[in-house]
Design a protein around this ligand. Structure first.
Ligand code: ADP
Ligand code: ZN
Length: 616
């Protein structure tokens, strides 16, 4: 058997997959040849196989996987053990006896993958005999961006890892991360002492995640839309990100009130509580979590079907990382971002109070541009990450519902004239009130109801005005003076438009560009070639059967005290509900069914399928 064939055979027998994805095999080959590498891949891209397979292929050696988070480590090990792969961890959550036994097994060459934290590795490795160190075939540094002070998740422990290269110059190093920027990347190479590392950059596109933005909804309206959306996704797991702790609590309470079981999650909660919620979420006992950004790190759940941003995130990096938690199994998933001006104001305040005002304001601006954009959202996102993507994606709200443009000069004149007549002493909401002719307290106090422009924009609704004013702001007709109570100030360009020397185009406000009521990810046929199930293109997935198999998976998981997605991923269940295998041989061919899982599970699953078919 050639090396290539052996790699593929392991992929099939251990994981139940038919082929390597993207650059996986090139990365593995490079490592097997002794090369160092830096691997940049988005979340869900398939980084773990890159270091697991070299460990498995090494005859009596093992790969060391350096990972910062205990929870993630344990999850990965559980998942590997489900596939019959001898993976173990050395960490403080284990008893001394367990850790001693692990070292013993390492000595005997009975381990293929050892997961360990950086500090533990560095304190431990000096004590290991050569019967262990001689077996190390790879140092894989997961979440390698943690080494960089410029990154968003710096961990001082990581900086010591450079010494490994000096002590073990012949053992290849593989650094993996989903953070792509050049500074971080250079820092990784330098600090790990691998200047010769080959760089493997995968596309950061996640084509299975549909990108959607809902503009201008606030308060009750937003709540209604979220409830409607979740109702269409019953039984599916999702995360709702909120800006503040109290919003997560309010959101969870509102959802619970209408019969959707949801829990809040934020940094202010007790550790025990947070752990319980994470567990319930991973085990599919809790489908909806309303969380601040604190939730998600260290969760490796593959079947999160949607991520809702109830408030706009502070930058595109966070947004991308958060939506990346959806659809790790490659099946269609949805990202919905709610965008309104109130959030922008709050985020600006955060940015102004932060240590790096300019950088954070700029990043916020880019985030806002993304939400405002009238070009394909994926194009915009990937261009932000400096990736070339030269076509429309057809899986975002802009592509699905392109904007209609019209001459907005008259509207702009109304708005600019209102701003001017306030002496540039009003904020965006007040300007909307003036245009709409609302007699709010502030409007009356300041005498704005006597302005010539009071009520001239009555024909448009408040969300319409809000949306158009935002477009005008983006175009640069006026600015927001952050240091003057967010009052609007007309720019020289705005003056040109006000006096009719320039005209502008606006894109028509569409209340329902993204219709929450029509988003039905799982019941639509899979739109992407990458997720189409090879031999079954003509066959449809049987939705009822899928639900039955999902229940069976849950029952098995509960009985064996593991997470449902570790039994099988949603993608495997879909393959079963499409192919409907009834024999062990047929079952063994299903996506994600390796040798061990076939042995363990073919009986209950094929029995459920036969039973289902008999009832039809
Ligand atoms: P990352 O660590 O990059 O976030 P993972 O390694 O967790 O991504 O992989 C994401 C998902 O894709 C997992 O469910 C994994 O089993 C699956 N996967 C990875 N490589 C392949 C492959 N070659 N074929 C099919 N599925 C794969
Ligand atoms: Zn698009």
């Amino acid at each position: 058997m050639t090396r290539d064939e052996y790699g593929l055979a392991l992929l099939r027998s251990c994981y139940g997959y038919d082929s390597f994805r993207g650059q996986q095999w090139s990365i593995i080959s490079h490592t097997l040849d002794g090369g160092n590498s830096i691997v940049l891949m988005p979340t869900g891209g398939g980084k773990s196989l890159c270091y697991q397979i070299p460990g498995l292929m090494s005859e009596d050696g093992f790969a060391i996987v350096i990972s910062p988070l205990l929870a993630l480590m344990n999850d990965q090990i559980n998942a590997l053990q489900q596939n019959g792969i001898p993976a173990l961890a050395l960490n403080s959550e284990k008893t001394d006896a367990e850790n001693r036994q692990t070292v013993e097994l390492l000595m005997q060459g009975k381990v293929k993958l050892l997961y360990i934290s950086p500090e533990r590795l560095l304190s431990e490795i000096d004590r290991w005999s050569t019967s262990i160190t001689d077996r190390i075939c790879l140092f894989a540094v997961d979440e390698a961006h943690c080494i960089s002070q410029w990154g968003h998740d710096f961990r001082p422990e990581y900086t010591q890892l450079g010494t490994l290269r000096q002590r073990f110059p012949h053992i290849p190093v593989m650094a993996l991360t989903a953070t792509a920027d050049r500074i971080t990347r250079d820092d990784i190479a330098q600090q790990l002492h691998i200047p010769d590392a080959k760089l493997f950059i995968s596309s950061f596109d996640r084509p299975n995640i549909s990108l959607n933005v809902v503009k201008g909804s606030t308060g009750k309206q937003k709540m209604r839309q979220i409830i409607q959306f979740i109702s269409l996704h019953r039984g599916e797991s999702g995360i709702i990100y909120c800006l503040r702790r109290k919003d997560t609590e309010k959101m969870a309470a509102e959802l619970t009130r209408v019969g959707i079981k949801a829990e809040p999650f934020h940094a202010g909660m007790s550790v025990a509580m947070k752990q319980r919620i994470q567990r319930d979420f991973i085990n599919d006992d809790l489908k909806v979590v309303c969380a601040t950004v604190a939730f998600g790190m260290g969760i490796d759940k593959s079947n999160v079907r949607y991520v809702i941003h109830s408030n706009m995130p502070r930058n595109i990096e966070s947004y991308y990382q958060e939506i990346g938690r959806a659809g790790r199994d490659g099946l269609p998933a949805e990202a919905v971002l709610f965008y309104n001006y109130g959030d922008v104001v709050t985020l600006q305040q955060f940015a102004l109070q932060s240590g790096q005002v300019q950088v954070n304001m700029d990043k916020l601006k880019r985030m806002q541009q993304f939400a405002e954009s009238d070009v394909c959202r994926r194009r915009m996102l990937l261009s932000y990450f400096n990736e070339r993507f030269d076509h429309d994606c057809h899986n975002c709200d802009v592509c699905n519902n392109p904007p209609e443009r019209f001459d907005g000069s008259r509207l702009a004149q109304m708005a600019l004239s209102a701003i001017m007549r306030t002496g540039e002493q009003a904020g965006l909401f007040t300007v909307t009130d003036i245009l709409r002719g609302w007699r709010k307290a502030e409007v009356i106090d300041k005498g704005y109801d006597r302005l010539k422009t009071f009520g001239v924009g009555r024909d448009l609704t408040t969300p319409e005005w809000n949306a158009y004013l935002l477009q005008m702001l983006q175009m640069g007709l006026f600015d927001i003076a952050y240091n003057e109570n967010n009052h609007l100030k007309i720019t020289s360009y705005g003056t040109e438009v006000l006096y009719g020397r320039q005209s502008i185009q606006l894109s028509r406000y569409q209340r329902h560009r993204f219709n929450m009521a029509q988003s039905t990810t799982t019941s639509t046929p899979l739109p992407l070639p990458t997720v189409a199930l090879s031999s079954t293109t003509s066959r449809q997935m049987d939705r009822d059967l899928f639900e039955k198999l999902r229940d069976l998976r849950k029952a098995i998981a509960t009985a064996s005290n593991i997470a449902p997605y570790m039994v099988f991923s949603d993608k495997s269940l879909q393959a079963m509900a499409t192919e409907r295998p009834t024999t062990q041989a047929e079952f063994s061919l299903i996506y994600g069914v390796g040798d061990l899982k076939c042995q363990k599970y073919w009986r209950p699953f094929t029995a459920a399928i036969r039973d289902h078919l008999a009832k039809q």
